[in-house]
Design a binder for this molecule. Structure first.
Ligand code: UTP
Length: 405
């Protein structure tokens, strides 16, 4: 314990060092187990500016909607063949906390129905079933949860009979957690004997899958492609044969569904090249000139906004599994225990979480096909209660697409 207190002090964790010295040996012991696992280098990152793109940024060529429409039959046949051969799996990223939505519980349980219950998970499974029922194929569904929502998510799927999806095709795995710190970089507590932890971002999904023993499942089933998607886009097509076929036909190891940016300054990550390699660059990393640059046909040169729906080649994922991706420091509202008997639910951002992001994997994949989709038909993210990307906008888009709510 003395050694641990010294380490804490060396890393500026005076408050935690003092706390450890005052609590019972039992509680201190439980905290010590967690403290010993801390990656101190990562915890120091809050002091540094966000990593910025280092290479030369240039536009990327993708498949636009007209070209996809012209080759739809070819792509669809190729993709459906891969799906029928069992080569495609789907990965639902559901480990996030969805703090912007402000819903207690896993975001997928949120009910967006108006006249009947329509939960987000149910909507996503209905979208996936369109493909499995259309092709008569089996698509394994891997669901990533976190320690915070795993039990509730599993129970919800069970209660709802997996929304009519074959239970044997569904596997859950749990992502890792990272400690949270306050604005001065000091560790926060969640209770009197445990640290405040949060899911460590969506960038570690593949390593968490492997850690969860699912590498064997992929190999046994002969899965060659994984379509990874977010929990909150209720309109997205999952295991879409046209997208899969187009990526296979391109000979690339990765595909990304993208939408055309609504305007030069829309706040979305943009798929482009960095030193000739595909990368996703945040909107604030594009200069004013780049944001407004036009291609020969008059469209925006940097217009492919990513919507967190990617197709990854499994072999390539295995090759890059040991590579590191950057950790991002994100300001958030973090509920905490103040060490003297009080729990605080902050109204404003009060600390930092540490997250890796799936968009940083695109660069490691080495190539990536931008595949443009119609945002009115495939992009309805539920991030907020109201306003932009909200329950309201998603409901409108679902209604436009003939989904009864
Ligand atoms: P978001 O970027 O919307 O993050 O996640 P979030 O944490 O869920 O939401 P806010 O920012 O607190 O409101 C995009 C996708 O990545 C998943 C989410 O569940 C969502 O599908 N995700 C995010 C994880 O699976 N794990 C994480 O640690 C973070």
């Amino acid at each position: 314990m003395e050694r641990l207190i010294r380490i804490l002090k060396e890393h500026g964790q005076d408050r935690m060092a003092r706390y450890l010295a005052t609590v019972s040996p039992d509680k201190a012991g439980r905290l010590a187990v967690q403290l010993k696992q801390i990656d101190w280098d990562m915890l120091e990152l809050w002091r540094l500016p966000e990593p910025r793109p280092q290479g030369k940024i240039s536009p990327i060529t993708g498949l636009d909607r007209a070209e996809i429409a012209a080759r739809k039959e070819e792509f669809s046949a190729l993709g459906a063949e891969a799906v029928r051969a069992g080569k495609v799996g789907a990965v639902l990223l559901a480990g996030g906390q969805g703090t912007r939505l402000g819903f207690e519980g896993p975001k997928g349980m949120y009910d967006i129905g108006l006249t009947k219950p329509v939960c987000i998970f149910g909507r996503l499974i209905a979208n996936l079933k369109e493909v499995t029922e259309g092709t008569g194929a089996r698509v394994p569904l891997y669901i990533m949860t976190s320690a915070k929502n795993d039990a509730e998510t599993r129970a919800f799927f069970k209660e709802n009979n997996f929304f009519g999806y074959p239970k044997k095709e569904v596997r859950f795995f749990v992502q890792e957690m990272a400690p949270c710190v306050d604005m001065q970089g000091e560790l926060l507590l969640e209770g009197d004997d445990r640290l405040a932890l949060s899911p460590n971002g969506n960038g570690g999904w593949f390593s968490s899958m492997l850690r969860g023993g699912l590498g064997k499942d992929l190999a046994a089933r002969g899965v060659e492609w994984l379509n990874v998607f977010s929990v909150d886009n209720v309109l997205q097509r999952i295991a879409d044969p046209v997208f899969i076929g187009a990526t296979i036909a391109s000979g690339m190891k990765c595909g990304a569904k993208v939408v055309r940016k609504a305007d030069p300054y829309e706040k979305v990550g943009v798929l482009c090249l960095q030193d000739g390699k595909p990368s996703v660059v945040e909107y604030y990393d594009l200069t004013e000139e780049m944001a407004n640059e036009r291609a020969a046909d008059g469209s925006l040169a940097y217009s492919y906004g990513v919507i967190l729906n990617y197709l990854f080649n499994v072999k390539r994922l295995e090759e890059i599994a040991a590579e590191k991706i950057p950790v991002h420091v994100v300001k958030k509202k973090i509920p905490f225990y103040d060490g003297s008997g009080y729990y605080v639910a902050p109204q404003r951002e009060n600390g930092y979480k540490f997250e890796t992001l799936i968009l940083d994997m695109v660069r490691l994949m080495g190539d990536c096909l931008p595949f443009e989709v119609d945002r009115e038909r495939e992009f309805a993210p539920v991030k907020n209660r109201t306003g932009v990307d909200s329950v309201e906008t998603a409901r409108e888009l679902l209604a436009k697409n003939g989904v009864e709510l």
